[in-house]
Design a protein around this ligand. Structure first.
Ligand SMILES: C[S@@+](CC[C@H](N)C(=O)[O-])C[C@H]1O[C@@H](n2cnc3c(N)ncnc32)[C@H](O)[C@@H]1O
Length: 225
């Protein structure tokens, strides 16, 4: 397979919706449908592909969000921990990363990864579809990457996230821009940034800087009113 084609196919899986059929090619040669993020080992190849860095730009995102030593950050829908390990390094020493996911196998994977790679400041959390299950008033920042569009009852969920924030805490949403892109979920699954902003407004937040530019994703940051 040509390298460029391999990059696109592997990246295409990163935001692929759990309940949406993906083509044989986009599934990396597997036949059939993905019915969930139940198998962490299977998803790790896509989520943690080294090719992802070129368009995901994790260092730029963390710098723009002002992630620094001592901070408490939650990664909601952490998956296999692409952002978790980067956050854990950035908040050390003295900081903590709550790595949440609704899939027990993802949480197991996150725990194993943190242990194997020596990230003692990672706290894996099994969330539920409707409950973030974060400690009250614990977070300087809640980061949600390629996951907001999977959450149902989002206004309610955003209200619940307020309970996890410290007084000046922020929620950052990174998700895929509308339209056809070489990466991310199908267009019908995506949320325009204006819709996300209106959901957070309804939940009692205001949008704050920064407005980071990424090739395929938007970054929206919110604070409690
Ligand atoms: C497309 S993956 C993104 C993973 C990771 N954020 C990344 O960027 O590599 C979406 C993840 O969100 C999780 N998820 C879906 N709904 C969730 C919810 N309500 N709360 C927490 N995690 C959720 C899924 O199990 C999956 O691991």
């Amino acid at each position: 397979m040509e390298a460029a084609v391999a990059l696109v196919l592997s990246a295409a899986r990163i935001g692929a919706a759990a309940d949406v059929a993906v083509s044989t090619a986009a599934a990396g040669g597997h036949h059939g449908r993905h019915h969930g993020f139940t198998d962490a080992a299977r998803w790790a190849a896509a989520f943690d592909s080294p090719d992802r860095d070129a368009w995901q730009k994790p260092a730029e995102i963390l710098a723009a969000l002002g992630v620094e030593p001592g901070m408490a950050v939650a990664d909601v829908g952490a998956g296999t921990g692409y952002f978790v390990v980067r956050l854990a390094s950035a908040v050390a020493p003295g900081g903590v990363v709550y790595a949440t996911d609704v899939e027990p196998d993802m949480v197991r994977w996150l725990r194993d990864r943190a242990d194997k790679q020596g990230y003692a400041n990672v706290v894996p959390v099994l969330g539920s579809a409707k409950e973030p299950r974060l400690p009250p008033h614990s977070c300087d920042l809640v980061l949600i990457v390629d996951t907001w569009h999977h959450i149902e009852g989002r206004v309610d969920y955003a209200r619940k996230l307020r309970l996890a924030l410290k007084p000046e805490g922020r929620v950052a949403i990174v998700d895929f821009k509308p339209g056809l892109l070489p990466v991310g979920p199908p267009p019908g699954m995506k949320l325009p940034p204006e819709k996300v902003a209106s959901e957070f407004s309804a939940a009692g937040y205001s949008q704050v800087p920064p407005h980071t530019k990424l090739p395929y994703q938007y970054v929206l940051v919110f604070k409690e009113n």
